[in-house]
Write a protein that binds this ligand. Structure first.
Ligand SMILES: [Fe+2]
Ligand SMILES: [Fe+2]
Length: 171
């Protein structure tokens, strides 16, 4: 249900695994989150690209201009595709042993994204915004904190391979 998808579960730490077809059937399986510093891996190029996805995704909320939404979706799609290429090149250069499994997740993400781009003109703007949230704040967030962090120790000496603990927001 669209309303359910809008429900955010910020700061939860129980997200596991990558995107699966079951996520499509039941998006509520995913934890949804915005970008935060805990997602930084210590790789400036990759960190900046990840952050930019979330910024672009946020711009879909309440965006009532169809031309702008379609254009932003094309920008987001190009941006994500070049990120996936950059990340795969870095993993290959580091001889990361999990490269093939990681590539499969990227391939799945590319096809989810291509399906959205292909359908977008027949969708309402709210439905596009919901789908972008599912892809970036749900699917991609989980991808970063799980499989992206797994390659971090191969590229950043001394990296724990885990996202930073959420900061205590205090009062
Ligand atoms: Fe990745
Ligand atoms: Fe990534």
């Amino acid at each position: 249900m669209a309303e359910d998808r809008r429900r955010l579960n910020r700061g939860a730490d129980d997200a596991i695994g990558g995107g699966t077809p079951a996520d499509r059937a039941n998006p509520d399986r995913l934890v949804y989150a915005d970008w935060s510093e805990r997602l930084e891996m210590g790789l400036p190029l990759i960190d900046a690209q990840h952050k930019r996805f979330f910024e672009l995704a946020a711009s879909f909320q309440g965006n009532g201009d169809e031309v702008r939404v379609i254009k932003t979706l094309a920008i987001l799609s190009d941006y994500i595709r070049s990120h996936l290429r950059d990340e795969e090149a870095l993993m290959a250069a580091a001889h990361y042993p999990g490269l093939e499994a990681h590539r499969r997740q990227h391939a799945e993400f590319r096809s989810l994204l291509a399906a959205l781009v292909g359908r977008a003109r027949q969708m309402s703007l709210d439905a596009i915004a919901d789908e972008v949230k599912f892809l970036v704040n749900g699917w991609f967030y989980r991808h970063i904190i799980t499989v992206d962090f797994e390659y971090a120790p191969y590229l950043v000496p001394g990296h724990s391979g885990k996202p930073a603990a959420p900061k205590d927001k205090g009062t």
